[in-house]
Design a protein around this ligand. Structure first.
Ligand SMILES: O=C(CO)[C@H](O)[C@H](O)COP(=O)(O)O
Length: 219
C-alpha cells in the first residue's frame, strides 16, 4: 500500500467518530482532505463543520458541506486532523501545511481530538520534522535570532503567507525531549503567534493507517 492508501484508510476510520447533530472541527492537509471527501460521500447530518484553514473551508463548501464560524459555536465535540509527527505520548508536530495556529485553536476548543495519519508519522520522539513557527512578519528576524538562542536553526518558508497574514519559520535542531516546555518557551518570544508543537493540547485518539490495517490508540 502506498502512503496515500494508508492515509485513506485512516481518514475513513475517523468517520466512525462522527455522529448526526455534531459540530465537527476539521483540520488541514492531504490526510484531512481525504477525510473531507469521505464526509462528502457519507452524508452524515451533522450540525456543521468548523474549518481550520481557508483551504479546508473551500473544500468543505465545494462538497456542499455546511461550514460554521468558530465564534458562533461553543466548545465542539470533536476535531479531526492529520500530523507531521506523533510520539508515544500522543504529542504532535503539526504545521507542515502552515495552518498550525488555527488548527491548535480548533483542537483546543474540541473535547476529543482524533488524529489521522499514515503509520510513517508514528515516531519514538518528536524532532526530526522541522518545527513550523508562525511569526508576525515585522518580527521575523528578531524571532529567528531568539530561536537560534534556543538551539534551533530557523529558515523562512519561501513564498508562504498564512491565512493570518504571517510567515512561517521552519526550525531544525531544537531539543524536543521536553515538548511541553519548548512549546511554551517558543510562544513566549514576542512576535510568535504559535508553534507546531501540540503537547499541551495533545491528540486523544490516534488512527494510523498501516499495511496491516488501521491501528487505533486511545490516550
Ligand atoms: O499540520 C498540518 C497542516 O498544517 C497537517 O495536518 C500535517 O502537515 C500533515 O499533513 P498531511 O496529512 O498532508 O501529511
Amino acid at each position: 500500500m502506498d502512503s496515500n492508501a494508508l492515509k485513506q484508510i485512516a481518514a475513513e476510520a475517523a468517520l466512525g467518530y462522527i455522529k448526526p447533530g455534531m459540530v465537527v472541527g476539521v483540520g488541514t492537509g492531504s490526510t484531512t482532505n481525504l477525510f473531507i471527501d469521505a464526509l462528502g460521500k457519507a452524508k452524515i447530518h451533522v450540525e456543521g463543520y468548523v474549518a481550520s484553514s481557508v483551504a479546508t473551508e473551500t473544500r468543505l463548501k465545494g462538497l456542499g458541506l455546511p461550514v460554521l464560524n468558530l465564534n458562533d459555536t461553543g466548545d465542539i465535540p470533536i476535531y479531526v486532523d492529520g500530523a507531521d509527527e506523533v510520539d508515544p505520548h500522543f504529542r504532535l508536530i503539526k504545521g507542515g501545511g502552515g495552518a498550525l495556529t488555527r488548527e491548535k485553536i480548533v483542537a483546543s476548543a474540541a473535547r476529543l481530538f482524533v488524529c489521522i495519519a499514515d503509520g510513517s508519522k508514528d515516531k519514538p520522539m518528536l524532532g526530526k520534522f522541522p518545527l513550523p513557527v508562525e511569526v508576525i512578519p515585522f518580527a521575523r528576524s528578531f524571532v529567528a535570532r531568539q530561536l537560534v538562542k534556543l538551539g534551533g536553526n530557523p529558515s523562512l518558508r519561501a513564498g508562504v503567507t498564512t491565512d493570518n497574514g504571517n510567515v512561517i519559520l521552519d526550525v531544525t535542531g531544537l531539543d524536543l525531549t521536553d515538548p511541553v516546555t519548548m512549546e511554551s518557551r517558543i510562544n513566549l518570544i514576542p512576535g510568535v503567534l504559535d508553534n507546531g508543537i501540540f503537547a499541551q493540547r495533545r491528540a486523544d485518539v490516534l488512527l494510523f493507517g498501516t499495511p496491516q490495517g488501521v491501528v487505533e490508540r486511545r490516550a
